[in-house]
Write a protein that binds this ligand. Structure first.
Ligand code: NAI
Length: 392
């Protein structure tokens, strides 16, 4: 696995421990920043805009080192012997991304004695044990809003891909064949369908807004935070207060809530059985919101027509994760009913530029002792600040 270590600045001849003791209360204390990013390999060289890769280091190395801080970057993230676990022990700031999540568990937090902040370069901080962070008063920040349009576009695309049966039709064509009936037998319009989002925050709302011109029969949402009347009217959507009622009314459900205790495993066989037979699910939120075996079985036996998204648990998923091989009853040989991709929706090159700028801003505020932008704060000073991680 790739691990890049900063050339230590002159001052770092002193051990970090010495530095923190000497300057504990002063603005010139130097931090060890540990960033866990996805491996970019040759692609990172071909595409320097791919800032979220371990090779391109969020484009922040020079800026971080100029201030005398240390940057360690690694992609090796899993298990107690990973570079991440070893380097976390004396890190004061850990930067992670949801695309290649380093799981900042209670154990990691307990061992990371100097840790004061976890920064998610992106959106979604469920890979950090937020309760454990609160117990140590470690701030958890993310670049809220940085990739929400990117994800909304991907979700709308995936809805279309599934409903219109694009994957089998495309595969048939690039295989050199032409059989309209084979793929038309499971191809529908989004027009006149009922589409609902579980979670109507920044992404869920944008998906509904983008679907408005498709003239769906109804646009619904289920969320404990209600949209204001004017926004509901503008989008033309309605809230459904009961979860089973919500799922039973939708032809397509898109999942756009964070992963927390209230959403983990929510889409299990029982809830899926309340859905309309042959409905579709698009989940770009987090893989663990769905029970993977129950989703695969529902697709394979026809209760679901298809499932798509770009998130799995864990990430990367093991080779035997059932979503790799899951196919629907209509076009199993052509990949029918499976619109999965690796975790790409929120890491478009445009999104990377935004989440890097936001990460830099969060670091700057930590080092200048300025308050963080409210929307970026998930937990701070031992409390949940975000209202999106359940009713705290
Ligand atoms: P947000 O914080 O703006 O909105 C989340 C909404 O979910 C809130 O309105 C909240 O009340 C609602 N919610 C929470 N628990 C719920 C529950 N049990 N039932 C119904 N609604 C519930 O967050 P945003 O920006 O819309 O992102 C949502 C999630 O999408 C993130 O937490 C992250 O997990 C995922 N995400 C995925 C990305 C990707 O690349 N695939 C990129 C960005 C976000």
């Amino acid at each position: 696995m790739v691990m890049l270590r900063a050339a230590k600045p002159a001052a770092s001849a002193l051990s970090r421990a010495t530095l923190s003791r000497s300057f504990a209360s002063s603005a010139i204390a130097k931090d060890k920043v540990l960033a866990v990013l996805y491996p970019g390999g040759e692609y990172a060289k071909r595409q320097p805009k791919m800032l979220g890769s371990v090779e391109n280091e969020l484009g922040l190395r020079e800026w971080i080192e100029k201030q005398g801080h240390t940057l360690v970057v690694t992609a090796d993230k899993d298990g107690p012997n990973s570079e991440f676990a070893k380097e976390a022990v004396d890190a004061s700031i850990i930067i992670t991304t949801p695309f290649h999540p380093a799981y900042v568990t209670k154990e990691i937090i307990e061992k990371a004695k100097d840790l004061k902040a976890c920064v998610t370069a992106g959106v979604g901080s469920d890979h950090v044990d937020l309760d454990a962070a609160n117990a140590r008063k470690i701030g958890v920040y993310e670049v809220t809003g940085s990739n929400v349009t990117s994800v909304a576009e991907h979700a709308v695309m995936t809805i279309l891909v599934l409903v219109r049966n694009f994957v089998p039709a495309h595969n048939q064509y690039v295989n050199g064949n032409w059989d309209v009936a084979e793929v038309a037998m499971n191809s529908y319009d989004v027009e006149n369908k009922v589409v609902g989002t579980l979670g109507v925050g920044r992404i869920g709302r944008r998906i509904l807004q983008r679907l408005k011109p498709f003239d769906c029969k109804e646009l619904l949402y289920y969320d404990y935070n209600k949209l204001d009347d004017a926004t509901e009217k503008e989008i033309g959507c309605k809230r459904v207060e009961d979860l089973e009622d919500f799922v039973s009314r939708c032809d397509v459900i898109t999942i756009n809530a964070p992963l927390h205790a209230g959403t983990k495993g929510l889409f299990n066989k029982e809830l899926i059985s309340k859905m309309k037979p042959g409905a579709w699910i698009v989940n770009t939120a987090r893989g663990a919101i769905c029970v993977k075996e129950d989703i695969a079985k529902a697709v394979e036996d026809g209760q679901l027509n298809g499932y798509g998204g770009d998130v799995s648990f864990p990430q990367p998923p093991p080779a035997d994760h059932p979503w790799h091989k899951m196919r629907n009853v209509w076009n199993p040989e052509l990949g029918g009913g499976n619109a999965m991709t690796p975790h790409i929706s929120g890491t478009s090159l445009d999104a990377q530029a935004r989440y890097v700028a936001g990460t830099k801003d969060i670091l700057e505020r930590i080092w200048n002792k300025k308050p963080q932008i409210d929307a970026n704060v998930i937990v701070e000073n031992g409390h949940y600040v975000s209202k999106s991680y359940g009713k705290h």
